[in-house]
Design a protein around this ligand. Structure first.
Ligand code: HEM
Length: 206
């Protein structure tokens, strides 16, 4: 059995905390006066934060030399998908009682619902193909496919912005973080970081 490091364990616990808090709040009737909306907000936010966290893993390794991050990337992505699925489930099941006609109307009327669905539709194949087996089967195509995660991140930000309507400071902040993570992936930044780490890591000559 593969050994789980302390860092991986922390990541799992942190990712499961919003779900545990949601269950406790639901069970104790302390989810505000509009529990369904609050649960929708909480699961949506958790999905976004974990998606961005999974995108931060590669630069954490390539730019800052934090290798354990790579081992947490898949789990974070899968947790993001899990919360997005829960978010969608609450919307379709608790909010709309599985009335697909009503949901279709919402899709046609509310652009943020359409963009949310597009985000989820991208996350689904990424989650399914995240295993080692699929990585082997898809070969070079796997990396190409998984680059779509940035599009999913961008669409999640658009969704968040359209949900918020008036105060869009939070979506803008998350959009800026996503932009920064994209920037950190560029070869120029990676080269500079590698040479900087080489200088800092090298023992000084006497
Ligand atoms: C079919 C898919 C989706 C549907 C139908 C959906 C629907 C919703 C709804 C109804 C709200 C609350 C709007 C309100 O009450 O004003 C919401 C909020 C939100 N959703 Fe989604 N969503 C979907 C997918 C996603 C995905 C994939 C993500 C992220 C990866 C996401 C992130 C968020 C965020 C961050 C919020 C706002 C949370 C807050 O204000 O704290 N959603 N979504």
């Amino acid at each position: 059995m593969p050994r789980v490091t302390r860092f991986q364990l922390t990541v799992h616990l942190a990712a499961l905390t919003p779900l545990a808090l949601l269950i406790v709040a639901w069970q104790t009737d302390s989810l505000t006066v509009n529990p369904i909306q609050e649960a929708t907000f909480r699961t949506g936010k958790a999905a976004l934060v974990l998606l961005v966290a999974s995108l931060a893993c590669t630069p954490a390794n390539t730019v800052f030399g934090f290798r354990p991050a790579i081992k947490a990337r898949r789990a974070l992505g899968l947790y993001a998908f899990l919360y997005a699925l829960l978010h969608f489930g609450i919307f379709i099941g608790l909010d709309y009682g599985f009335d697909l006609r009503l949901v279709a109307l919402e899709l046609a009327e509310k652009r943020y619902v359409l963009v949310g669905l597009a985000t989820l539709s991208i996350l689904l194949p990424l989650a399914v193909t995240s295993t080692k087996g699929w990585q082997r089967r898809l070969g070079k195509g796997w990396k190409k496919l998984h680059r779509w995660v940035y599009l999913a991140g961008g669409l999640a930000i658009v969704h968040y912005t359209w949900v918020q309507k008036a105060d869009i400071r939070q979506p803008l902040l998350w959009g800026a973080i996503l932009g920064l993570l994209l920037l950190l992936r560029t070869p120029a930044v990676r080269r500079r970081a590698a040479s900087w780490r080489g200088t800092v890591g090298r023992p000084r000559s006497r």
